[in-house]
Design a protein around this ligand. Structure first.
Ligand code: IPE
Ligand code: IPE
Ligand code: MG
Length: 251
């Protein structure tokens, strides 16, 4: 096949940011606009997620973190929570083998205690099966809240101090980072939120200190490679200064 005949989707248009995090929002509004139940919006959201994972790999993103269920989402009606849990179960059961075959490494952040045992088991299975994969890292933020994550870190650090393994004077920025849920991962370069809302909703508060934020009007079920590339293009126009004077080019 000649270069020109190769499918467009296989050719990244630019150097991608290393770590992109996405707040997948607007499933309910997508459904309401079509007179459909919210659950249908969530189902279509899973398809958008599949597309996005594929696109992220093709574009050359190394790590993609997705906000799939927040610690605060438990306040939704039981029926909707049931739908969301069902979708997660089905996503792992149906897609895990394919993700593994695509060399994707799955990581989970968020509170595991208190989850349904079968869900906790599926999350562990996804991590275990894919732990040696070297392709795209897919970080699923599930039952995740950033304040809760920081509180967990604080508790564990306090335990270290109480046990005499750490001195309070040694607790610094690096220490906090080390006790978060995925301490080895770099902070997100870019955080995208769909649906037009412009807030973080308790997502990656520590890690987003110097992330670039891009808000797109698209509801999550309509998100695709073009939307992702447009958000990355916007990111690449930004000057990242990290408090200094010299801008670092987005990459
Ligand atoms: C995102 O869509 C999915 C989750 C938060 C689990 P929403 O369900 O928040 O949809 P809207 O914001 O009500 O449109
Ligand atoms: C944030 O969206 C959580 C996820 C995308 C999983 P929400 O829809 O729950 O956020 P708020 O309530 O509008 O801030
Ligand atoms: Mg929402």
């Amino acid at each position: 096949m000649s270069e020109a005949d190769k499918p467009q989707s296989a050719q990244p248009a630019f150097t991608a940011p290393r770590h992109v995090a996405i707040i997948m929002d607007g499933n309910g509004r997508w459904a309401a606009a079509r007179g459909l139940p919210r659950a249908e919006g969530h189902r279509r959201g899973v398809e958008a997620l599949r597309r996005t994972i594929r696109s992220a790999g093709e574009i050359g993103i190394k790590i993609i973190t997705i906000f799939s269920f927040s610690a605060e989402n438990w306040s939704r009606p039981a029926s909707e929570i049931g739908e969301l849990m069902g979708l997660l179960r089905r996503f792992i059961r149906n897609d895990l083998a394919e993700l593994h075959k695509s060399n994707v490494r799955v990581r989970i952040i968020g509170e595991r205690d208190g989850l349904d045992p079968d869900i906790a088991r599926l999350l562990t299975e996804a991590e275990e099966l894919t732990k040696d994969n070297s392709g795209l890292t897919l970080v699923v933020a599930f039952n995740y809240g950033a304040r809760q994550e920081i509180a967990r870190a604080a508790r564990r650090i306090a335990e270290e101090v109480a046990a005499g393994r750490m001195a309070t004077a040694d607790i610094g920025l690096e220490t906090i980072g080390r006790f978060l849920d995925a301490p080895d991962l770099p902070d997100p370069d870019l955080i995208i939120r769909t649906s037009g809302e412009q807030r973080l909703s308790n997502f990656l508060l520590w890690q987003s200190a110097y992330s670039e934020l891009v808000f797109v009007p698209t509801n999550w079920p309509d998100f695709d490679r073009a939307t992702l590339e447009a958000a990355i293009s916007e990111y690449q126009q930004r000057e990242r200064r990290f408090g200094g004077l010299v801008a670092k080019t987005g990459s």
